[in-house]
Design a protein. Structure first.
Lengths: 374, 283
């Protein structure tokens, strides 16, 4: 039974590898030759402007995206809107996969027409694989702060958010401080989205607890200790929170990004999202990049233009995520004001760990997390 | 006999051999090579990393979980199988329990974990009912999500599997043997301890080993039930393969998989030896 599931995935992996070996390499040489140009274009201007890019992308007619859950940051709508707008068929592969799976899939299917065209990655994976990205600057590249992009455009932060506590207000009181979660009102109710040694969201959740308990991005221990206390009190449910567990009321409190938490209103009407008051929020941005070996290079570039356009940014905002161009769009008056004002309020200085800090914290977690939540 | 005619039987084997190569041999070789090589060079770093406390704890938990759930499954499954056999070959009880076991032995993964959470989780149906009506707290401090919970959930598919694999052995016990021992003056106790148990022992132990391997390789159920701390080896492998926090641990995952292959191979070796003995008895 369960062993079969593992075997099935092994079989699937081998099958994919075998198919990948048989599939012919994708040809980019369209009659106009625009496809070949698109693969090296570093801006829409290189192709003769937006219209030419749209034309080349329509000619390819397809786009492969990967690891974009439909209920995550409004990706379901974003994919549909893009497909309808340009008449491009978007194939969404492995919507529930993680960042590392995206890179692995790109390596495994390299040279086939099923390889992912674009990536949406967490920080650690994104910065470890920069050689796999095509450099490309979207039209709005200059709107984005220097710390949020590679100067040559190999990657650009696309959207982000803050660690938050989502809760079903019909089942539990609003948490006023992190210590509230240790109380009897939350017994058997608190879930963290993913193991912090595996998932970026889980990692940031532990960091949030650390900051709230006097730690910092240089000291994640208080966070690990806090979760250990929660486990011992029977308050931490080590189940992966999903729409199913939230709908059925098994995980009425979820520590996760504010934008993924916000999406659960669709599952439970009384679902609320709160940031810890008087605590510096833990922030994180995702990294957008184009696969250098993208089988649909023009469509990949058009996808980026779309994501960073006002329309794309507002779509992320509608999913509760904070789009990277938000400040510029507020100034220009192009932001969806109602949605922007509805985001959870942020106080304090955001904590966004550097790569070195992340590495040190993950080493600590690798050694201590398993024992802490035993 | 022509050469072709002699070859025909082996030709029929070809699809099976091809299947074995693609789905067993290739993955196994990949795992072994991946465990000992990194970036095209031979290394023992990933094998020595298996002695890391986290990896050792996971191995201990995996073995304990598999052993305990195998023994529980074997004992309860054997008793259930005996009750079915004593009902006669064509009884409705036998037919329905066998079909049910066939389904339940394959039932697992997310669904099974979810069923248990919805029944005896903190806000599970049974937990709430017992708390409200009898004042009994069966949730405790969350044992369902630790080793005891995993053992209980695993038993749910181990017991039916035992029924399926142990029934043929029980069927092999001929009523004439009992009649013969009674004729020779044995009482019920003597028949069981001196005739039936020794006959069934190899099959029982063999089935237990099979259950052990079944639990040891199980993955989806545990993944759905315990997503924090990666307490068992298959979950640690998943983390090594797909972590977006700890990068570059893919080869450690291969080493862990290799460790699992070694354990399962040892268990299956023992199973094979026992099977030979059983076959001799039942001939």
């Amino acid at each position: 039974m369960a062993s079969r599931t593992l075997r099935v995935s092994l079989v699937a992996a081998v099958g994919v590898a075998a198919l990948a070996a048989c599939a012919p390499p994708a040809k980019n040489t369209g009659s106009g030759g625009s496809g070949a140009d698109a693969a090296t274009a570093t801006s829409a201007a290189d192709l003769g402007g937006m219209d030419a890019l749209v034309k080349a992308a329509k000619k390819e007619g397809k786009l492969n995206v990967i690891a974009l859950p439909p209920d995550w940051a409004n990706y379901g709508n974003i994919i549909k809107t893009f497909g309808d707008k340009y008449g491009i068929k978007v194939t969404s592969q492995q919507p529930d996969a993680g960042s590392q799976d995206e890179i692995d899939a790109a390596k495994r299917t390299k040279g086939t027409d099923r390889a992912p065209d674009v990536f949406d990655l967490g920080q650690a994976v994104a910065l470890a694989n920069t050689s796999m990205y095509a450099k490309y600057k979207v039209a709005n590249f200059n709107d984005i702060g220097a710390q949020f992009k590679d100067p040559k455009g190999a990657w650009v932060n696309d959207y982000g958010g803050y660690m938050a506590i989502g809760y079903d207000s019909a089942k539990v009181p609003a948490p006023k401080s992190i210590d509230d979660l240790l109380g009897p009102a939350y017994k058997g109710k608190v879930a963290l989205n993913g193991d912090p040694t595996t998932s970026g969201a889980g990692f940031s959740g532990v960091l949030m607890a650390a900051v709230a308990k006097g730690g910092s991005a240089d000291n994640i221990k208080p966070g690990v200790d806090f979760f250990s206390q929660m486990k011992k009190a029977g308050n931490l449910v080590p189940v992966d929170p999903t729409s199913a567990t939230i709908k059925s009321g098994q995980t009425p409190v979820v520590i996760d990004w504010d934008y993924t938490n916000a999406a659960h209103v669709n599952d439970v009407k009384t679902w609320k999202v709160a940031l810890l008051p008087n605590v510096d929020p833990v922030g994180g941005f995702y990294y957008q990049a184009i696969n250098a070996d993208a089988p649909h290079p023009a469509a990949a570039r058009l996808w980026e233009e779309f994501l960073f356009s006002d329309q794309g940014q507002n779509l992320w905002l509608a999913g509760g995520a904070r789009p990277i161009r938000a400040d510029a769009m507020v100034k220009a008056g192009t932001i969806d004001k109602a949605k922007y004002d509805a985001l959870p309020k942020v106080t304090g200085t955001p904590v966004i760990p550097t790569t070195e800090q992340t590495t040190k914290m993950s080493d600590y977690l690798a050694k201590n997390w398993a024992a802490a939540v035993k | 006999m022509s050469r072709l005619a002699r070859l025909t039987p082996s030709l029929a084997l070809l699809p099976f051999l091809l299947y074995l190569t693609v789905f067993l041999l290739v993955p196994t070789v990949t795992v072994v090579v991946g465990a000992f090589a990194e970036n095209g060079r031979f290394t023992l770093a990933n094998i020595t990393a298996l002695a890391d406390p986290v990896a050792l704890t996971a191995l201990r938990t995996s073995v304990l979980l598999s052993a305990v759930s195998a023994v529980i499954g074997a004992v309860f499954g054997a008793v259930l199988a005996y009750l079915i056999v004593s009902g006669g070959q064509a009884s409705w009880l036998r037919r329905s329990v066998i079909s049910l076991s066939g389904v339940l032995a394959q039932c697992g993964g997310v669904m099974l974990a979810f069923a248990f959470i919805a029944t005896i989780g903190y806000s599970g149906v049974l937990t709430v009912w017992l708390r409200d009506h009898l004042g009994i707290d069966i949730f405790g401090s969350g044992w369902l999500f630790a080793l005891p919970g995993l053992i209980l959930v695993y038993a749910y598919f181990q017991i039916p599997l035992m029924v399926i694999v142990f029934l043929p052995a029980l069927d092999g016990i001929k009523p004439q043997w009992r009649e013969a021992s009674v004729n020779l003056g044995a009482n019920g106790w003597q028949y069981w301890t001196q005739v039936a148990f020794p006959l069934l022992r190899p099959a029982f132990l063999g089935a237990t080993l099979l259950l052990f391997a079944n639990a040891f390789a199980a993955y989806a159920t545990a993944a759905a039930l315990v997503s924090q701390g990666n307490p068992i080896v298959p979950l640690l492998i998943r983390s090594g393969l797909s972590s977006e926090v700890l990068l570059g641990h893919q080869h450690l995952a291969y080493a862990l998989a290799f460790e699992m292959i070694v354990v399962v191979a040892a268990v299956m070796g023992m199973y094979g030896l026992l099977l030979r003995r059983t076959a001799r008895w039942l001939r």
